[in-house]
Ligand binder design. Structure first.
Ligand SMILES: Cc1cc2nc3c(=O)[nH]c(=O)nc-3n(C[C@H](O)[C@H](O)[C@H](O)COP(=O)(O)OP(=O)(O)OC[C@H]3O[C@@H](n4cnc5c(N)ncnc54)[C@H](O)[C@@H]3O)c2cc1C
Length: 470
């Protein structure tokens, strides 16, 4: 990065793309200085903010992004693509005097009802994209909790996932093709056919790459006709293991309700109390959508497997209540705001034969460091599941102590997951927060491959320096 080149870079950018907005006011730079990584909250509370980007640029088109990247390459300017800023692993920390490329003005939209695909610019939020699809009678099936802030490019780049994932899959499954601008400004369109046998699938290189190999400018998504019927039903089980066993059995036998959420004995307490069920039980929500006959059949089949594991059906009301409050993350944010407090949702995945151990051991390891630990399972697959371990901790000290406790909790959570057969991250990405743990998952060999691709595509290391540890 050559900071002294910034003036010339911006001058050239103005000359070549007069419509690209360039922002250098301190207040705006402060807004872009952080995302939603809990440590960034602590930095805000600790005093003068640590890192500010040098400037923010707002391209209007793929062509603008291409010119920005070619110029940043020519003038050695480090850059960070910035989507909705809802990332929670520190993927957008400007700690190398970067400029931010705000991708939110990329807002093209095309729908192809015959192929059942829609192509959106990287800047649409999940909610905006979904609303446009709904107007045409389609859905993406992608409803992450950050639906109103995360944008298409950011969600591709972190391999995001939504609450209806058991039916519609994760972002990795939803993408049909991508348009990407490489660090040297070249534009790549990956192929749009449903299958090809022409070498590696290039979408996979950019999915979850958090920008290190290039900037996603357009996303072609698979879409689905809007559901004829949507239905929720809650169950209670006497223990987490029983609920997971029922779910493993029905998923492996091809039953895929859209929503599967298992709240363990601790996280279930407020819900069990609210509905007056017998204390100590596990609370589960199943959600179904699609053609009416398929929904009715899935409800019946899930009941068969749930009852075989001693599950008790509690009817639709508690499930409908969950649907109405599904975007709330208040408890976590409250802890982040407390002096000396901290909180985060650590999400990891494990095969079925390890998931119970991962959940139990992570809970056990975090409890001594925290006031409370909540755990739920909300994404399940043929071969395994993910578990959210949400820690809420409070020190008697200041926000530096809060930051220290955060790092202890994160370290404990990840090392315990990996030691018991789980991974480092299921869908939040790695950013800079989890970068040093990636070697635990990929091994030295895997990291070497990732670094060699980085060196080939971005030899000066100008894009998202430090993210994924590259
Ligand atoms: C309250 C809350 C709830 C959340 N719920 C969920 C959830 O349910 N499911 C889930 O998966 N995640 C969730 N998250 C995490 C977050 O929303 C996701 O990681 C999301 O995908 C990030 O998208 P973004 O547009 O905000 O990306 P940003 O935060 O702007 O960026 C994330 C990373 O991607 C890079 N990037 C951004 N845009 C591009 C681009 N166009 N091309 C290349 N790289 C790019 C950035 O440089 C950064 O490294 C939640 C976060 C919060 C705060």
């Amino acid at each position: 990065m050559k900071k002294e080149n910034i003036k010339e870079f911006l001058k050239q950018l103005k000359a070549q793309c007069p419509d690209v907005e360039i922002v250098q006011e301190k207040e705006e730079r402060l807004i872009y200085a952080h995302g939603c990584y809990p440590v960034e909250y602590k930095w805000i509370l600790q005093g003068p903010y640590k890192y500010l980007p040098l400037a923010i640029v707002r391209p209007n088109s793929t062509q603008d992004v291409s010119i920005i990247m070619a110029l940043s390459d020519r003038y050695d300017i480090s850059v960070i693509p910035y989507g909705g800023g809802s990332g929670i692993v520190g993927g957008t920390i400007p700690d190398h005097e970067e400029i931010m490329i705000d991708m939110k003005k990329l807002r093209s939209f095309e729908i192809n009802p015959i192929d059942c695909t829609a192509t959106g610019g990287a800047g649409w939020t999940g909610a905006e994209f979904e609303n446009m699809l709904n107007e045409h009678g389609f859905t993406s099936g992608h409803y992450p909790q950050s639906f109103q802030s995360a944008v298409l490019g950011g969600m591709v780049s972190t391999r995001a996932i939504g609450t209806f994932s058991t039916k519609y899959g994760k972002m990795d499954d939803m993408v049909n093709s991508l348009e990407v601008v490489l660090p040297n400004g070249h534009i790549v369109q990956t192929h749009r056919t449903p299958k090809a046998s022409t070498g590696p699938e290039l979408d996979q290189l950019f999915l979850g790459a958090e920008g290190v190999y290039g900037l996603v400018t357009k996303v072609e998504m698979k879409i689905y006709p809007m559901a004829e019927k949507r239905y929720f039903e809650a169950y209670t089980f006497s223990k987490t293991e029983d609920a997971l066993e029922a779910i493993r059995q029905f998923v492996q036998n091809g039953v895929h309700p859209a929503v599967v959420r298992v709240y363990d004995e601790e996280e279930a307490i407020p819900k069990i109390e609210k509905y007056g069920y017998e204390p100590g039980q596990v609370f589960v929500v199943f959600g179904y959508e699609g053609l009416k006959e398929i929904v009715d059949l899935e409800v019946k089949l899930v009941k068969r497997y749930a009852e075989a594991s001693n599950g008790v059906c509690r009817g639709p009301k508690p499930g409908n209540d969950w649907f109405k409050t599904r975007f709330s993350t208040k408890k976590m944010l409250d802890y982040d705001a407390i002096k000396g407090g901290t909180a985060d949702a650590i999400e990891v995945a494990a095969p079925w034969d390890s998931i119970v151990n991962v959940w139990r051991e992570m809970r056990k390891a975090l409890e001594p460091l925290c006031e409370s630990v909540d755990c739920h399972f909300s994404h399940v697959y043929h071969t395994g599941a993910s578990v959210y371990v949400i820690f809420h901790a409070k020190t008697n000290g200041d926000d530096f102590d809060g930051e220290k406790r955060y790092r202890e909790c994160l370290d404990t959570a990840i090392r315990t997951s990996v030691a018991n057969g789980g991974n480092v991250s299921h869908h939040h990405g790695s950013g800079k927060a989890k970068a040093k743990y990636l070697v635990l998952e990929h091994g030295e060999g895997g990291i070497e491959v990732m670094q060699k691709i980085k060196d080939a595509l971005d030899p000066k290391g100008l894009v998202n320096k430090g993210v994924l540890g590259l």
